[in-house]
Design a protein around this ligand. Structure first.
Ligand SMILES: NC(=O)c1ccc[n+]([C@@H]2O[C@H](COP(=O)([O-])OP(=O)(O)OC[C@H]3O[C@@H](n4cnc5c(N)ncnc54)[C@H](OP(=O)(O)O)[C@@H]3O)[C@@H](O)[C@H]2O)c1
Length: 296
């Protein structure tokens, strides 16, 4: 099976190149080989590749910059997924796509289910919600995995930024009223491979249609950005760094850390559907963080 992974240099895309290799031949052109902001070039390139599985890990993920780069955010997060879905439908291929907790407005304290109405607070979230809708309209054979607070050992993410700032600064003020599940890019990529293996398995039988649709896919448990930062600090100390050489952490409300793009306060996503349909549950966020920091 030929598998096209877009965004192969991103956090999730990089891990996918490894976890999907046991399912087939992975083709992962970088931005130079496949520019997601050019819909017609993208359409022609995917048609020529004829993949049986398209995994779209490319995205415009600069949440604050998206407020002033709306067109580019929509081109990559809404228009490109629409094109991928159209070509997938044409080829009879499957499309796997990733979306975000930021499609929700973060009201209340209960975890959002897949059926909860979207109501994004910022341009990035709106562009991702538009991408989801475009995929549902164009291609039945799709899986949309909404995840949250993604980090890994490479790329731009909270873990790497915190590790650097903890060593550089005497004090860090971190938001304590946004609650979500930090999710390791490798956990997302592993779950994607396991789910695709289930769907592609000959044991499934042609009479059992695959459970296409939208799923929430996050690490179990929840914390605030402050809680995440505390866990990163504790891990550095456990690895031998001196506590007094690391920044002190102070909890602040979002109102004291204004950003161009407002963020939802409640980013909890309910993962029960993933467990019910695929029998999968990602480990607790603290377990995944420990594994990510082990370097294993
Ligand atoms: N990061 C998070 O906290 C988070 C949270 C919830 C959901 N998600 C979703 O999870 C998925 C994976 O995110 P991630 O964290 O792995 O993102 P990431 O590390 O920012 O990677 C995104 C990838 O998309 C590529 N890309 C962006 N614009 C492109 C363009 N015009 N043409 C071709 N490639 C382009 C980037 O290429 P370059 O390497 O060349 O820049 C990069 O490889 C995305 O759908 C994202 O929306 C992420």
């Amino acid at each position: 099976m030929r598998i096209l992974v877009t965004g192969g240099n991103g956090q999730v895309g990089w891990e996918l190149q490894r976890t999907l290799a046991c399912l087939g031949e992975v083709v992962a052109p970088g931005r130079a080989g496949l520019d997601m902001s050019q819909p017609e070039t993208l359409r022609a390139a995917v048609r020529a590749l004829r993949p049986r599985l398209i995994v779209n890990a490319a995205a415009y993920t600069a949440v604050d910059r998206a407020e002033s780069e709306r067109d580019l955010a929509y081109a990559v997060n809404a228009e490109a997924p629409r094109v991928l879905a159209e070509v997938a439908a044409e080829l009879g291929a499957t499309l796997v796509h990733y979306s975000t907790d930021y499609v929700f407005d973060g009201a209340g304290e209960a975890p959002f289910t897949e059926e909860a109405p979207v109501n994004p607070l910022n341009v990035y979230g709106a562009s991702k919600a538009a991408g989801e809708a475009a995929i549902r309209a164009a291609c039945d054979r799709h899986l949309i995995f909404r995840t949250s607070w993604v980090y890994g050992r490479r790329g731009a993410n909270f873990l790497l930024t915190m590790q650097r700032l903890l060593r550089e600064r005497p004090e860090l003020k971190i938001v304590d009223d946004q609650i979500g599940a930090p999710t390791w890019a490798r956990s997302i990529a592993e779950a994607t491979a396991l789910i695709m293996a289930q769907i592609e398995s000959p044991a499934r039988g042609a009479d059992r249609p695959a459970p296409w649709g939208t799923y929430h896919l996050t690490q179990q448990g929840a914390t605030s950005w402050f809680g995440f930062a505390e866990a990163i600090r504790a891990a550095l100390i456990a690895q031998g760094e001196a506590a007094n050489a690391l920044a002190r952490l102070t909890a602040i409300p979002s109102s004291e850390y204004p950003t161009p793009a407002p963020r939802p306060l409640n980013s909890r996503l309910a993962n029960a559907k993933l467990a019910r349909v695929f029998g999968l549950q990602l480990p607790d966020w603290r377990v995944a963080l420990g594994q990510a920091l082990d370097g294993s």
